[in-house]
Design a protein around this ligand. Structure first.
Ligand code: GNR
Ligand code: NI
Length: 166
């Protein structure tokens, strides 16, 4: 296993719309293991392939307190949602910044697992929030896109400054 490097905003690779996964092989399973290791080490509740520089519709998640409920999402599609609510959100690619975003509290999802088998999932709360956050990544979106242009500009400046002094 290996730790992967997590890209930070404003890296242009975070803005690419990722392509569907079509090949289910050992290399994919190894990548998924590496993404889990990277997510747990960060630590974070989710990690999308774009965040480690790969343009693939793949994300890993674990929203449990005990950190023992792995979920792999490949080519995920949201089937239905209910009402939105404001939730506090952060992102490993936008380090040390947190703000409120409108997210669906419940959703129904369809995706493929690590072996290419279809499954469906109903999620609510943190897990539903994390799924929306990861699917946004796969579409080249970041949660800061929902904030005001002024806040977004401040965040970009702060991260560019941090990167320059690293
Ligand atoms: O670790 C993470 N926490 C989190 C908190 C609220 C909403 C979404 C997230 S996902 C984030 C990890 C990450 O950046 N995934 O892409
Ligand atoms: Ni993120």
């Amino acid at each position: 296993m290996a730790l992967l490097q997590i890209l930070h905003h404003p890296d242009p690779r975070l803005r690419r719309k990722a392509a569907p996964v079509t090949r289910f092989d050992d290399a994919l399973l190894r990548l998924i293991d590496d993404m889990f290791e990277t997510m747990y080490a960060a630590p974070g509740t989710g990690l999308a392939a774009n965040q480690v520089g790969l343009s693939m519709r793949l994300a890993v998640m674990d929203c449990s307190d005990a950190r023992n409920q792995r979920v792999v999402l490949i080519n995920p599609e949201i089937v239905s949602t209910d009402e939105q609510q404001e939730m506090d959100e952060g992102c490993l690619s936008v380090p040390d910044i947190f703000d409120k975003v409108q997210r669906y509290n419940r959703l129904h999802l369809r995706a493929l697992d690590a072996h290419g088998e279809p499954f469906e999932l109903c999620a609510f709360g943190l897990m539903a929030q994390c799924i929306q956050h990861e699917i946004d990544h796969l579409d080249g979106k970041l949660y800061i896109d929902y904030l005001s242009p002024l806040k977004r500009e401040r965040i970009k400046k702060k991260l560019l400054k941090a990167a320059a002094s690293a």
